[in-house]
Design a protein around this ligand. Structure first.
Ligand SMILES: CC(C)(COP(=O)(O)OP(=O)(O)OC[C@H]1O[C@@H](n2cnc3c(N)ncnc32)[C@H](O)[C@@H]1OP(=O)(O)O)[C@@H](O)C(=O)NCCC(=O)NCCS
Length: 150
């Protein structure tokens, strides 16, 4: 098994965490990515980083606490997996599983009984991996926008 560990993100890991966020959301501006990162830091969620033996971070999982309705959930306040990413070189080595275990343990110890997530319809791999890790599918949606200024 490859040598890595999962740890909670701290402010000293900002640069690595930002790089990983940019890798997952390449179309998002750096300003927006950093703004969201700061919001996470001030919110009651959890951020886990996967680091190698040289302390280099190569994967992350971000969990927020959602207080609006989450489809399929039994509860009104639900931990939600907002971001989940592992660098390509490390994929298929159980890192994604370890990240989900870490944030699940965190959520359980904080008193929650579910963790929710989503995947884009075309991200079939992510859907498959979610199911391997114990998530069950509860809904499929298509989002729409109608321009009102045309
Ligand atoms: C989704 C992602 C985080 C998974 O990380 P990972 O480290 O490769 O996952 P793991 O190695 O821990 O695998 C977890 C499970 O999924 C399975 N799995 C992982 N990759 C797979 C693949 N390419 N094909 C089939 N099964 C796969 C593993 O076999 C494992 O199941 P098992 O333990 O029962 O055998 C990673 O693929 C990724 O970063 N993808 C790009 C970003 C993305 O789509 N994120 C999710 C957004 S919703």
């Amino acid at each position: 098994m490859s040598d890595f560990q999962i740890c909670a993100a701290t402010s000293t890991g900002d640069e690595a965490w930002s790089r990983l966020r940019a890798a997952l959301w390449p179309d998002c501006s750096i300003e927006r990515l950093n703004l969201e990162r700061e919001l996470y830091r001030r919110s009651p969620g959890a951020v886990a980083l996967a680091v190698d033996e040289n302390d280099h971070a190569f994967g992350f999982a971000e969990v927020s606490i959602r207080r609006e309705h989450v489809t399929g959930s039994r509860d009104d306040v639900v931990p939600y997996l907002e971001g989940w990413y592992v660098d390509e070189a490390w994929r298929g080595k159980q890192v994604g599983r370890a990240l989900i275990d870490f944030v699940s343990d965190w959520a359980r110890s904080a008193g929650y009984r579910e963790i929710a997530s989503d995947a884009e319809l075309e991200n079939v791999l992510s859907q498959h991996v979610h199911k391997r890790l114990g998530f069950r599918e509860v809904d499929r949606t298509v989002s729409f926008i109608k321009d009102l200024d045309a």
